[in-house]
Each structure stands twice: as structure tokens, then as C-alpha cells.
Write a protein that binds this ligand. Structure first.
Ligand SMILES: Nc1ncnc2c1ncn2[C@@H]1O[C@H](COP(=O)(O)OP(=O)(O)OP(=O)(O)O)[C@@H](O)[C@H]1O
Length: 250
């Protein structure tokens, strides 16, 4: 199974250091890891650094996978080529860098992913005609169809309604288990981290402030210090942890 670990990882834009010294244990495949933190903390920058899109110090240790295609970054911005249909755009993502001959099983895989995300009926619509949420689902399909071993998802549910948020996160959790892929997922909804993510990394002011098992990381003390809110994690009547925010912290 794949695993990824970050050692002293930092990132720069030009001369500006945006991120420094991110250090994790081994983040295993088969599960989701949440990357959380306030706006402008450095979460997207961390993903870009892991994906090789920005430079900086430190090392990324990847075991159980190799090659350029092993790591895939799904950006927050879901803009795309408005001339293509949904199906064409996912096919293009699948074939990028691997020649243009298309095998039946590859078409089958695209159909299966579009069906799992419940956007099969949009296949022949133009990207330019889609709503923001529909475009976000197409971006997820484009990311998955390459079968990455490590998938970096930048706020993948930010444009989705409640039903689709849960559908997508359930699907990603199942997919990670079935394929052994490691999924790092930047989230603002900490209830999603509590419900779906085994591990959580906290980034604030360009530094890693905490990391480990989600239940041990998302605590009232962390929420006060990093998010400046008074909040509690309580167990709901179905036995699941739930975050309740009482107030902004004084
Ligand atoms: N291309 C760039 N050049 C210079 N600075 C940048 C660039 N992209 C981002 N930054 C800066 O890096 C910092 C971290 O940004 P980043 O997008 O990583 O934050 P984030 O945690 O993903 O935020 P959000 O939750 O608001 O999406 C911010 O101060 C931002 O202004």
C-alpha cells in the first residue's frame, strides 16, 4: 500500500517563504487525511509543493508508488475548457501524456466514475453550461480517472449541496479503501474532518501546528488557538463526534 510522509517541507513564491517545516509521520493509503486551517494558512501551497508546482526545502517520502502520475493535485479553482463536453474533458484527463488510443476498459472506467458521482446524465453537456457544483464534480472525475496513488483535493466539496457533500465524501472514503490510494483533503468544514478523516494536519500562518489522529487534533484548545472560536466536540445520539461552535473567542 502507498504511504506518504513529509519531512521539513517548505514552499516559496519568489523570495517569499509561505510555508515552512511541515513534518508528518507516515500518512497511509486507504484513508483520508484532512488538511485544515484558517484562510491563507498555506493549505493550497502545501498541496502545490507536494505536487511539484512550487519549490522549497524539505523532502517528500513516497513509498509503494512511483512515477510522475503517482501524485495528482485537484485545485480549488474548477475552471476548465468551456468548449469541451463533460465526457471529453474526463477522457482528455485520462489520456493526458499517454497517447490517444482509447481502450474499452478506459471508457468503462470513465462511465463508472461519472455514474458514481451521479453526473452520467451530464456527459454530453458543455463544461461552459454547468453550475459551479457540477463543475466541481467533473473536476473530481478528472482527478480520479488517472488512478493516482496520492490524491490532493483542495476543498472538493465547497460548491456542493448537503446531499452531494456527503455522497462525495462517502465515495472518496470507499474509493481510498478499495484502491489503497492516500487522499489528502483540504477542508473548512471540520465536521467532515471528524466524520471522514482518520488523520488531520493543522496549518496556520505557514506552519504545521498539529498533526495526528483526528479525534486527538480537533480539540477545544486547538480551536481556540488556531480558529479563535470557543467550541466543543460532543458525541451525537448516533455515537458520532460533532463540532459545536459556541462563540468567537475573546
Ligand atoms: N502565487 C502566489 N504568489 C504569492 N503569494 C501567494 C501565491 N499564492 C498564494 N500566496 C499567498 O500564500 C499564502 C497562503 O495561501 P494558500 O492559498 O496556500 O492558503 P490556504 O490555506 O489554501 O487558504 P484558503 O483557505 O483561503 O483557500 C497567502 O498569504 C497567499 O496570499
Amino acid at each position: 500500500m502507498v504511504a506518504i510522509a513529509l519531512e521539513g517541507l517548505g514552499a516559496r513564491y519568489g523570495r517569499n517563504t509561505i510555508l515552512s517545516d511541515v513534518q508528518t509521520g507516515s500518512l497511509p493509503g486507504g484513508s483520508l487525511t484532512a488538511v485544515i486551517g484558517p484562510n491563507a494558512a498555506g493549505k493550497s501551497t502545501l498541496f502545490k509543493r507536494i505536487a511539484g508546482l512550487v519549490t522549497g526545502p524539505g523532502r517528500i517520502h513516497l513509498t509503494g508508488a512511483e512515477g510522475e502520475d503517482a501524485i495528482r493535485y485537484m485545485p480549488q479553482d474548477t475552471g476548465g475548457n468551456a468548449v469541451l463536453t463533460v465526457y471529453e474533458s474526463v477522457l482528455l484527463a485520462a489520456k493526458q501524456g499517454s497517447g490517444w488510443r482509447v481502450a474499452d476498459h478506459e471508457l468503462g472506467e470513465i462511465d463508472a466514475i461519472l455514474a458514481a458521482l451521479q453526473i452520467g446524465d451530464l456527459s454530453f453537456r458543455g463544461l461552459g453550461e454547468l453550475s459551479g457544483g457540477q463543475r466541481q464534480l467533473v473536476s473530481i472525475a478528472q482527478a480520479l480517472v488517472r488512478r493516482p496513488r496520492v490524491l490532493l483535493m483542495d476543498e472538493p466539496t465547497s460548491a456542493l449541496d448537503l446531499y452531494r457533500q456527503i455522497e462525495v465524501l462517502d465515495f472518496m472514503q470507499r474509493r481510498a479503501r478499495e484502491t489503497g490510494m492516500a487522499v489528502l483533503i483540504a477542508l473548512h468544514d471540520l465536521n467532515h474532518a471528524l466524520r471522514y478523516c482518520e488523520h488531520t494536519i493543522v496549518i496556520a500562518d505557514g506552519r504545521m501546528r498539529a498533526g495526528g489522529a483526528t479525534a486527538e487534533v480537533i480539540t477545544p484548545a486547538m480551536l481556540r488557538e488556531i480558529y479563535r472560536v470557543e467550541a466543543r466536540v460532543e458525541t451525537c445520539s448516533r455515537g458520532r463526534p460533532h463540532l459545536i461552535v459556541d462563540n468567537t473567542a475573546a
